[in-house]
Design a protein around this ligand. Structure first.
Ligand SMILES: NC(=O)c1ccc[n+]([C@@H]2O[C@H](COP(=O)([O-])OP(=O)(O)OC[C@H]3O[C@@H](n4cnc5c(N)ncnc54)[C@H](O)[C@@H]3O)[C@@H](O)[C@H]2O)c1
Length: 340
């Protein structure tokens, strides 16, 4: 039983006692328990731990995570590790798109993910690779198999985003978004899939976006790449099912990562609501926060990466063995606006 279960167990029984009409001591215990549970919840969130109840669900499995240096990749790597999987984390750790407002990740970021993974008591390996480089990914697959003995899980998650009106896009803007997001995700499946085919077992999870389910103002290349990833995922699910491999897509809403926390992104969020950005990053961040909160069904401007990670753990587990070719949304309610 995990530490978190230990803490929430008495809370539940105390609540039940007070509901049954026990004295004030029980009510006080329930109140304290609820307070303690809230504190633990907050702590878990900060630590990127939302799945402590699944401590052994992936025991001994080997997971490859791309875009592992930070953000969603880091949160998923930690959650996979805390569920028992060894993790190989891949990231470019460098500037990818000079025209994007997103701060590049660093080797130190990747090592920080490694430290958090290792703290869960599992093995970690970091690999600095550009996912556009298929031979390098294939080399990594051979290395990971040699070192860990297998590859059970692939979370193909790395991606980039830039905003520019479609008619102003230069060839490099279009090409880099499609190359990194769509071709890079396909490369990861092509590089790590054969290890799963060999063992007739595997779990592949790719990261798309709500912007792969609808159009995006000033984000045509990104939207196109993310729609493409859904087609890629469904085709791979058809082809790989006979080898016992499932392929599914994570659909994050707006997640609090460096990808979304910069001036260009705040301006786009305001322009979607027909508001004019001021050009002052702090003012625009506040205005974007209010606008995003107002249109979120759960009243959340940005979702924590740790709130996305449990879906990756579920899809990677045996519990999801009959789930393939599907999309799983974590959008704080935005999915309610989609047709289906
Ligand atoms: N943050 C969001 O709101 C959101 C929403 C929907 C989908 N997504 C998708 O989730 C994924 C992760 O995004 P994030 O928000 O964690 O962003 P992030 O920028 O924090 O992390 C992305 C990581 O991918 C790495 N990366 C980029 N290009 C690479 C390449 N060519 N090869 C290897 N690594 C590369 C980056 O260095 C970075 O560490 C992306 O595919 C993104 O499109 C994010």
């Amino acid at each position: 039983m995990s530490g978190r279960e230990n803490k929430t167990g008495p809370v539940e029984s105390a609540s039940r006692r007070s509901f049954l009409g026990a004295g004030s001591a029980a009510i006080a215990a329930a109140a304290f328990g609820a307070f303690a549970a809230k504190g633990q919840e907050r702590e878990d969130k900060q630590m990127g731990q939302q799945v402590s109840g699944w401590a052994h669900i992936l025991d001994g499995k080997v997971a490859v995570v791309t875009g592992a240096a930070r953000g969603i990749g880091r949160a998923a790597a930690i959650a996979l590790a805390r569920s028992g999987a060894h993790v190989a984390g891949i990231d470019i750790c460098a500037t990818v798109d000079p025209h994007s407002g997103v701060t590049p990740s660093t080797r130190q970021n990747l090592e920080e993910t490694g430290a958090l993974v290792k703290a869960a008591g599992v093995r970690w390996r970091s690999l600095v690779i550009d996912q556009r480089d298929l031979p390098a990914l294939r080399g990594a697959a051979a290395e990971i198999e040699r070192e860990f003995g297998a590859i059970d899980i692939l979370f193909a998650n790395a991606g980039i985003q830039q905003f520019k009106p479609l008619l102003e896009l230069e060839d490099p803007d279009w090409n880099i978004t499609i190359d990194v997001n769509l071709t890079g995700t396909a490369n990861a499946i092509r590089a790590f899939g054969p290890a799963m085919v060999k063992r007739r077992k595997g779990r592949i999870i790719v990261t798309t976006s709500t912007q792969g389910q609808h159009g995006t103002l000033f984000g045509a290349a990104y939207s196109a790449s993310k729609w493409g990833i859904i087609g890629l995922m469904k085709s791979a699910a058809l082809e790989l099912g006979k080898y016992g491999i499932t392929v599914n897509a994570l659909v994050p809403g707006l997640i609090d990562t460096p990808l979304t926390r910069h001036e260009e992104r705040y301006a786009q969020a305001l322009e979607v609501g027909a508001k004019t950005p001021s050009g002052d990053v702090h003012k625009d961040e506040e205005a974007a926060k209010e606008a995003l909160k107002a249109k979120s069904p759960l009243g959340v401007p940005w979702i924590e990466p740790a709130d996305v990670a449990p879906v990756v753990v579920f899809l990677a587990s045996d519990a999801a063995r009959m789930v393939s070719g599907a999309t799983y949304d974590v959008t704080a309610g935005d999915s309610a606006n989609n047709a289906a």
